[in-house]
Design a protein. Sequence first.
Length: 190
Amino acid sequence: MKNLGIVLMAAAFICSSGFLKKGEDGSYSVDTSGIEKKANEAAAAASAKADEVTKQAETLSTKAVEKIKEQAAKLSVSKEEVLADLQKPLKDIQAKVATMDPAKLTAYLGQYSSVFADTQSKVTAYSQQVKDLKWYEKFSTKSKELKTQLSEYSNQFSGLKEKAGVYLEKLKGYGLDPAALGIDLSAYGL
């Protein structure tokens, strides 16, 4: 009996809501054109609102990136500070980086980029000098010195990559794209 009552109530609702139309021939059809139109209007309004919010977010993001760049330009990080990081254990660098804001991270990464370029040019120069040694110079004192220097700069380069990676990950943790901040370390494998 309850089921019959529910069915009758549903039929009464459909008939009174205007969805069920009686045709001239006496047949019934369901008219959903009103619902479809309203759904399309709602979808268009939602899409327009999403576009508006996206534009606002892009504007705010651009402003935030510019502000970070300005703040980073005011900070100075010396080459010696970056090279001092090489002597510290990775855990100390991680602890140091954990307290940094995006501007300080950007300043450090800018200096890392400069030190990377210097170190890479030295590795290239020493590699070329070792390569240019004559066969009879390969076992000389000069050769050993060049290889020692090459090894030192190669190790320095590897250490820089490891430490810079910590700074980059923290910057990305803030949701920032390093390239948007003018930081491109891709040439160094980062």
